[in-house]
Design a protein. Sequence first.
Length: 80
Amino acid sequence: MKISEAQLRTLKLLHKTAARRIYRSKRPDDYSWIHDDAHVPLTATLHKLFCSGHATICDSDRDMAVLTSKGRALVVMRGS
């Protein structure tokens, strides 16, 4: 799978700290993924990384997104 520049930037952010999900309303599907070091929400890019296996939901907190070993290896390979 080809990784876009936006996806690589998001992986590098996740390598520093986890992203978190914030809800905009009480509806379960009305949320955004944000990271403290990003200026825009990461929702679309992060969903692509979930589908490719580079990122996942944290086991202990379903509102946190973290790197998988596959994502971590890619960041190391591409240089963090």
